[in-house]
Structure formats: C-alpha cells, structure tokens
Ligand binder design. Structure first.
Ligand code: TMP
Length: 207
C-alpha cells in the first residue's frame, strides 16, 4: 500500500470497444464530479501528446508499422511515463477519470493472438483502479454507430475478438454497463457507480 485512503482521489477507469461511448461519457462524469465539488481530471490512454504517444498515434493511423509486441510495449510505456504524476494527483486528493487503461492494452494485444500473461506483465506495478466501468456494446452495434474513423483497429472482425479478450479480464471490480441504453441512463449509472469513495490505499496492478 502506497498511501492511506482517507484523502486520496479515486482512480476511475472507463473501458469498452471503439465507439462504445466512453469518451463522451467520461466528459459527462467529469462535469458531474466537478459539480459535486470534487477536484477531478479526465485523462486518456494513449496519451498522444508525449513522444511515445506520437509513435503510437502514427501506428494507429497506419503511418508506421510496428511489430505486435513492440507496439504493445509502447502502449505500456505510455502509461508508465504518466505513473508518477498519477500517484501525485491521487495523493493530492484529485480524482482521475481515465478513458482506457491497461485493460485496453491487454484486450487489444491478446486479440492479435499474443499470450495474455505476456500482455499483462509490463502492466504490473501500475496503479490499480478503484473501479472499472465497462461500457458493454455488441461489436455489430458499435460498428453501426456513425461508422468507424478509419484507425487501425476499427474493424468489426477484430473488435469481436477484442470483446472476448475484455471478457477474459472481467472480475468483481468491474461494473458492466449496457452501452445500448439512452445516453442519459448510462450517464446516471456511471454517476451511481463511479463516485469518488476509495476504500483502500493505492495498490498496484494486478495485486
Ligand atoms: P482511442 O481511440 O481511445 O484513442 O484508442 C486508440 C486505439 O488504441 C483503440 O483502438 C484502442 C487501442 N489501444 C491499444 O491497443 N492498447 C492500449 O493500451 C490502449 C490504451 C489503446
């Protein structure tokens, strides 16, 4: 344990397939928590602003080609380079809402056929979230939503595999939310589930 839980912020992770609504729901949750007077920040991974993030961005837009394990480790490094800031903010009492985290890393890479334990290994020692909010959408429904934006992984067949790889990681810390409901209903369920009430001190993934 790295800190007492008393004054720290919560680490809230949103996960889901591409086009599951994570990004707009993350913003809504941010406004809600800010409205309650909580110091809150919205982060996302990949963080495309860092130099590692720019390599990832080039890969995702098919401007570069990288070996599957290489890109996996870059996604992981992109989280590691933010770990100490993450810990500082949480200890300062700021709640962090994170749009994608290690579970995306493991789901998308194991969907390519990489061994799941190999995929998890570089994530060990990153901070474990207090809650994972999974926006659950059938891959077919996600594909219908205004079309995919043309990035590397936005293909139905691949997203079907990713959905299975998410399921393989789901445990009791996950809250599964039906992402086919009206936007306001989803928003309400996230508010009910995602309030900043960390019970434990900070712990590492996957402990
Ligand atoms: P984004 O659309 O949320 O910015 O994510 C970009 C893509 O990168 C998305 O298809 C999911 C994928 N991804 C990984 O493959 N590994 C990771 O570790 C993360 C965070 C995202």
């Amino acid at each position: 344990r790295a800190s007492s839980s008393e004054s720290r912020g919560a680490l809230i992770v949103l996960e889901g397939l591409d086009r599951s609504g994570k990004t707009s729901q993350s913003s809504r949750l941010l406004s809600y928590l800010e409205g309650l007077g909580h110091s809150t920040e919205l982060w996302r991974f990949p963080d495309r602003n860092t130099s590692v993030g720019q390599m990832i961005s080039a890969y995702l837009s098919n401007k570069s080609h990288l070996d599957d394990r290489t890109i996996h480790l870059l996604f992981s490094a992109n989280r590691w380079e933010k770990r100490s800031l993450m810990e500082t903010q949480l200890k300062n009492g700021t709640t962090l809402i994170i749009d994608r985290y290690s579970y995306s890393g493991v789901a998308f890479s194991s969907a390519k056929g990489l061994d799941i334990e190999w995929c998890k290994a570089p994530e060990v020692g990153l901070l474990a979230p207090d809650i994972v909010l999974y926006l659950d959408i059938p891959p077919e429904k996600a594909a219908e939503r205004g079309g995919y934006g043309g990035e590397r992984y936005e293909q139905l067949e691949f997203q079907r595999k990713v959905a299975k790889c998410y399921q393989a990681q789901c445990d009791s810390s996950w809250k599964i939310i039906d992402a086919c409901q009206p936007i306001e209903d989803i928003e309400k369920q996230l508010q009910d589930a995602g309030g900043p009430s960390p019970i434990f001190g900070l712990v590492d993934l996957w402990s």
